[in-house]
Design a protein around this ligand. Structure first.
Ligand code: ATP
Ligand code: MG
Length: 333
């Protein structure tokens, strides 16, 4: 069945470089190679592909192009609802699209909100406090070591090798730097020692685990390793991806269960990637869920995981698309 498929996305190159922006300002956005890779898979399957982008011109392009469905990977431009903007527009125009709906995309981008929902289901996640101003630190009653990150960002924006916080003076210094460099809000969490895993989940009714991948940072103990911006940018040299991971069957099952429960609790659709660290108590703790996981065929964690599980890139893209087609009744199986 050949459909007219739009792709919505935000490219790094669509944003002008500004001197006063932090070095990871554009970290979330995609490169053209990723869009072309998705396009190639869809075209090979007989679909007509229209690149719609993710700037305000997308509104006219959507009206003019009359697409049947959109493959959405747009990160959006600003605010905690940015990932929800394109899906909300598509919903308004009654156009089907891949992936989660606006409520889920907003809820999961705001890590503190996602954690509240996950906690309400009894899923383990580190204790935390959302912070808007330096004065809020007075009310912190968390146990050190702590970890500080931005509340509404991904791709390890704002996360550095020194994001683990050992005492109140370090906390104050880090919070001040993050507030000045990126602005509020921040999320302060209790540090979970690790090892760290990321779990790929696909599908609906029921969703299933594509794979569990351990993130091993070369030269760091698994209890200390942080999958920081420095590490992600230099992944070829600094990261060893272990998929399937060398852990017991029972730990694997518990990690999968936490990931699946989080996916369900947050009403994710078609695809997501869940980040988990296992504490000293052996409990897998939910850190965050990414319903728009990076799909770069080269360095995206989900495509790397898929490859390790014997799924070439086209199969991953085709499967995500297929789950969306099924939800809208374009196909039966
Ligand atoms: N509470 C914590 N304890 C220990 N390490 C943490 C904690 N929270 C985050 N980290 C480390 O920081 C990294 C980035 O954090 P997180 O996954 O929450 O942010 P992100 O930038 O949204 O990631 P992504 O690139 O997956 O979108 C994690 O992969 C992990 O290594
Ligand atoms: Mg993450």
């Amino acid at each position: 069945m050949g459909l007219k498929v739009g792709i919505t996305y935000n490219l790094k190159k669509d944003f002008p470089k500004q001197e006063d922006q932090p070095i990871d300002h554009l970290e979330e956005y995609d490169s053209e190679e990723t869009i072309e890779a998705i396009q190639e898979v869809l075209e090979r399957d007989g679909h007509q592909v229209i690149k719609l982008g993710g700037t305000p011109e997308v509104i006219d392009r959507l009206k003019d192009s009359s697409v049947d469905i959109v493959f959405n990977i747009a990160e959006g431009v600003r605010g905690r609802n940015r990932e929800a903007h394109i899906p909300a527009l598509l919903e308004f125009l009654n156009i089907p699209y891949t992936g989660s709906d606006p409520l889920t995309l907003s809820l999961t981008l705001d890590k503190s909100m996602a954690k509240r929902v996950v906690m309400s289901e009894g899923i383990p996640t580190p204790r935390f406090k959302k912070v808007e101003r330096i004065e809020d630190l007075q009310a912190i009653d968390l146990c050190y070591p702590l970890f500080v990150k931005l509340c509404y960002e991904g791709s390890s924006k704002g996360v550095r090798l020194d994001s683990k916080i050992l005492d109140p003076s370090m906390l104050k210094e880090k919070v001040r730097w993050l507030l000045e460099t990126y602005g509020p809000p921040l999320l302060i969490e209790e540090f979970v020692p690790g090892p760290e895993f990321t779990v790929g989940i696909l599908g609906n009714n029921p969703p299933y685990v594509l794979g569990v991948m351990q993130i091993e940072i070369k030269g760091s103990s698994p209890h200390e390793a942080i999958y920081s911006l420095e590490v992600k940018r230099d992944w070829e040299k600094r990261v060893r991806y272990l998929c399937p991971p060398p852990i017991s069957e029972s730990l694997l099952k518990r990690i999968e269960e936490v990931a699946l429960r989080a996916y369900r609790a947050l009403d994710c659709r078609d695809v997501s990637r869940v980040d988990i660290r296992v504490g000293e108590d052996g409990i897998p703790y939910f850190l965050e869920i990414n319903p728009l996981p990076g799909l770069s065929p080269l360095y995206g964690d989900l495509p790397i995981m898929a490859r390790s599980m014997g799924w070439e890139y086209p199969r991953l893209i085709r499967t995500i698309f297929h789950h969306a087609l099924k939800r809208y009744g374009f196909v039966e199986q």
